[in-house]
Design a binder for this molecule. Structure first.
Ligand code: 0L1
Ligand code: MG
Length: 262
């Protein structure tokens, strides 16, 4: 199915408004079961245009479904990508009110900035690795706009891969010299360890996730500019959070990121 422009805008408005009003909606494939991934990315881009028209700035990119477990769960062989804007950025250690969110979950991630432009198709993990600048511990707050956090692949791509908020550790370290595959990661909630993992959890190596992003963007005729912030994907599964919870992600040799829900 190739959606006409009016339908793309109508579905973008539905998901944009659901996010802005923190309101659940029915997944869009219930109405249009033949939607394709290309349609879904067109809707995602239309949501970004709406948010930019309202004054938000594109602040980075994110990868989703990067772990074998999540890919298997969704029945996909490739990860997906979404966008970040400045409105989603929460300062390290800050308090995030729940009232703008529906049913948030948190993921432990490693984020990078890039030092040079990357272009696909055919971008390799080695090329991506050479373009990594700083590494940061990060928390992604995902918050599907779909009822009960239930969706299929096409619906979640259109919904900007459930992106909602993100925290980047206040202090990062240069990525060069880090053994990114073996970096240990710990996710804690209220001082208790919820999950542990390693950099290898994202496509075998965090740089492979950056390369995959570059190659996915190339399919839409886009490049990854120098200086882009990239959230490389969940190292751990996502956990529900509630008001009063404090979440902390620690990445070995890199740093920490913390968030309190209120
Ligand atoms: O960041 C992510 O991995 C989320 C991707 C979309 C699926 C979900 O909401 O769990
Ligand atoms: Mg994520």
């Amino acid at each position: 199915m190739t959606l006409d422009d009016a339908s793309i805008e109508r579905l973008a408005a539905l998901l944009h408004d659901a996010e802005a009003q923190a309101r659940e909606v029915t997944k869009i494939t219930d109405e249009l079961p033949q939607l394709t991934q290309a349609d879904a990315y067109a809707i995602q881009r239309a949501i970004l245009r709406r948010r930019q028209a309202a004054g938000e700035q594109l602040s980075g990119r994110k990868m989703g479904l990067t772990s074998p477990a999540k890919m298997q769960q969704m029945g996909v062989a490739r990860p997906i990508h979404g966008f970040l804007t400045g409105r989603g950025c929460v300062a390290d250690g800050a308090t995030l009110p729940m009232h703008g969110l529906i049913h948030p979950k948190v993921e432990a991630e490693i984020a990078f900035t890039t030092s040079r432009e990357l272009r696909g198709p055919g971008c390799t993990a080695t090329e991506a690795l050479a373009a990594l600048d700083m590494a940061y511990a990060a928390i992604e707050v995902i918050d599907s706009r779909y009822r009960d956090f239930r969706f299929d692949l096409v619906s979640v791509i259109a919904d900007n891969t459930s992106a909602a908020r993100y925290v980047i550790g206040a202090r990062g370290v240069p990525a060069v010299g880090l053994d990114l595959r073996h970096l240990g990661v710990v996710l804690e909630k209220n001082g208790e360890v919820l999950a542990t993992g390693a950099g290898a959890a994202v496509l075998g190596h965090p740089a492979a996730s950056v390369a995959a992003l570059v190659n996915l963007l190339a399919e839409e005729g886009e490049v990854l500019p120098a200086g882009t912030l990239v959230m490389t994907g969940g190292i751990t599964e996502a956990f529900r959070v509630e008001a009063g919870d404090t979440v902390r992600v620690s990445v070995q040799s890199v740093g920490t990121a913390e968030l309190t829900l209120a």
